[in-house]
Ligand binder design. Sequence first.
Ligand SMILES: Cc1cc2nc3c(=O)[nH]c(=O)nc-3n(C[C@H](O)[C@H](O)[C@H](O)COP(=O)(O)O)c2cc1C
Length: 154
Amino acid sequence: MALRRDGSMNATPLHQLVYTSAYRAGRVHSELQALRAILSVSRRNNLAAGVTGFLIFDRDSFVQVLEGPRETLEATMARIEQDDRHRDVTVIGIRPIETRAFQAWTMGGCHRTPQQQPIFAAHGILDRIDRSKVSFETVVSLARDLSAQASPQG
Ligand SMILES: Cc1cc2nc3c(=O)[nH]c(=O)nc-3n(C[C@H](O)[C@H](O)[C@H](O)COP(=O)(O)O)c2cc1C
């Protein structure tokens, strides 16, 4: 067992995973209700599993950063992939990390607002997120900037 810089003990190195998917509207929930429900379950599960991250909801797209031990991320992704609130789940990449970028968030999240436009524009995203083009690094740094502006997780 190694003592990691974030203070946790874990035999497996931390990884960061980024994926994109397409939102599938449900009949019961509005977009905001859907996001709230996803974040609420995610926070409960991720707290127990040692997963952190951030979820961006931009009109018809989700992009999500997940951090944790690799096998935990794989188990979490296996559940997420089966979720019928989205489709076309595409993992952009997974890489080892030294420290978590979203230490404070068992799952932060936001629904894109016009007020966030300067942050998206600073990452070259003027219109909606193009899931086929957006890069791993862009998603992580965009999510970092959005998380710095988001209200604390409650
Ligand atoms: C866009 C999206 C992101 C999600 N992110 C997570 C997550 O970070 N962690 C998680 O446990 N479940 C996440 N889920 C929910 C899972 O798909 C699944 O519904 C949930 O893990 C089931 O948990 P339960 O068995 O405790 O009800 C996400 C779902 C969607 C649609």
